[in-house]
Structure formats: C-alpha cells, structure tokens
Design a protein around this ligand. Structure first.
Ligand SMILES: C[S@@+](CC[C@H](N)C(=O)[O-])C[C@H]1O[C@@H](n2cnc3c(N)ncnc32)[C@H](O)[C@@H]1O
Ligand SMILES: Nc1nc2[nH]cc(C(=O)O)c2c(=O)[nH]1
Ligand code: SF4
Ligand SMILES: [Mg+2]
Length: 218
C-alpha cells in the first residue's frame, strides 16, 4: 500500500534536472519531522517548506498496488513526445518507494527520479538520485547523482560532504518563511547571498535556486 499526499505535473525546479518536465509524486510522511507545526522546533529537520501530512492533496490518495499508483501517475503525463519522468518526493519517499513500484514505473515508460534526505537505504533501479542531507542525521546512501545541500545548516556544512560520491554538488539556499520582507522568492532572501558567496569561494559547489518558486508554479 502506498500513501501519496499529492501528485502534479510541473517542471523540476531544482538541481541538475531543473527545467525538465516531470510528474511529482509526493509521498506522505517523513522520518525527520511529523509535519505538524507544534513539532517543528524539536524536529531533526526543522526548515521544511512542504506539507506532506495525509493523502488529501491534489491527485493524492491511497494506492493498494504498485501498478495502480504507476497508472495513476501515468495519467498525469501529457500525450506528447518526450521521455516520461516521475520524481518521487515527499515527505521522505524512501519510507515507501520499493523495487516493485520502481519496476511498475519503468513498465509504463517512466524514468524514475528520487529526492531523499539520504537516511534510508535506496532500492535498486532508481535512474536519478538526489540526496539532500539534513542536520546531523546520518546519511546511509553512499553514492548519488546529485548531492543538493540546503544552505546554511550549522550541523551540515558543505565541508562534511565535499568528498561524497556524487556527480554534482549543489547548494540550495534555505528558504526561510521569516524573511524580513515576508518574501518566499529565493532571489530576495539573504541565504541566497550566503550560498552565492560560498560557491564563489569554493568552485566545486554550484548554486541551485528553487526556480518553481521564482516563476510561481508548483
Ligand atoms: C520537501 S523535501 C522531500 C524529500 C526529502 N525528504 C528531502 O528532504 O530531500 C524536497 C526538497 O526540498 C528541499 N527543501 C525543503 N525545505 C526547504 C527549504 N526551506 N529551503 C530550500 N529547500 C528546501 C529539501 O532539501 C529537498 O531537496
Ligand atoms: N517544481 C518543483 N520542483 C521541485 N523539486 C523538488 C521539489 C520537492 O518538493 O521535492 C519540487 C517541487 O515541489 N516543485
Ligand atoms: S527530510 Fe525532507 S520532507 Fe522531511 S522534513 Fe526535511 S525537507 Fe521535509
Ligand atoms: Mg518542494
């Protein structure tokens, strides 16, 4: 059984695949935060920008089989040429994503991307793996396509990950709901300047912005 908060067709907004059309499949639940505001301050991950509680979002629901979920996601892909791409996110997708679901996605033609906090083992068959470490939570995944570190995190500074086995190293400015001007636009946030300065001083790291927030799409 798979619990999905929401699913939607959009452009990947972050990392090396930014700009690519994808169906996002947002799984319910996370192992580093309950998703309830009253628990945020005490959570391991306390800056999350996402509602992943329950199954009541757009195209969300409970799916009894991998095939049923893969068919549901396929229904959100347009009838047009181009390689179908699904991004499994959450919440923490590796609480639920298993090999049968990856196989079911492949069977209906999807490439499978995953956005994970890296604290749980990844099943075989993922086509694009993005690891985004959180605070002092131990990362158990040993290799990935991109490491996308939200910056700054005092307990997870880039120096800890510079030798990680990743094809790409990205810094993503932490979006803070408490920006002085109340803005959620990454361009206007002070963490964007901090991440920019870090990348200028440490050219192994590349800057990525949450493009979807800038252009106002999901
Ligand atoms: C909501 S998380 C879900 C996937 C997984 N639990 C994880 O943390 O990678 C999706 C992406 O959003 C990023 N993210 C969450 N909150 C953010 C924030 N306040 N600012 C910037 N990126 C954020 C995460 O680091 C991750 O790369
Ligand atoms: N457009 C868009 N791109 C994204 N990349 C990672 C996201 C996520 O929440 O996992 C995300 C998201 O929520 N929307
Ligand atoms: S690990 Fe990911 S889903 Fe969980 S609270 Fe942090 S950013 Fe949100
Ligand atoms: Mg997001």
């Amino acid at each position: 059984m798979y619990k999905v908060k929401e699913a939607f067709y959009t452009l990947q907004g972050e990392g090396a695949q930014a700009g690519r059309a994808a169906v996002f499949c947002r799984f319910s639940k996370c192992n580093l935060w309950t998703g309830r505001e009253k628990d945020r301050a005490a959570a391991v991950c306390n800056f999350c920008d996402t509602d992943f509680v329950g199954t009541d979002g757009q195209n969300g629901g409970v799916f009894e089989t991998a095939e049923a979920l893969a068919d549901h996601i396929l229904g959100l892909w347009p009838d047009a040429p181009g390689a179908p791409y699904v991004v499994c996110t959450g919440g923490e997708p590796l609480l639920q994503l298993d090999e049968p679901l990856i196989e079911a996605f492949h069977k209906v033609g999807f490439e499978v991307g995953v956005e994970t906090n890296g604290t749980l083992p990844a099943p075989a068959g993922i086509d694009w793996l993005c690891v985004s470490p959180k605070a002092d939570a131990p990362v158990v995944i040993e290799a990935c396509d991109e490491l996308k570190l939200v910056y700054p995190q005092p307990e997870a500074m880039p120096e800890r990950f510079v030798h990680f086995n990743a094809r790409h190293l990205f810094l993503s400015p932490m979006a803070s709901p408490s920006a002085p001007d109340g803005s959620t636009d990454p361009i206007k946030q002070s963490n964007t300047r901090k991440a920019t300065d870090y990348c200028l001083a440490n050219p192994r790291w590349r800057l990525t912005l949450q493009m979807h927030k800038i252009i106002g799409i999901d």
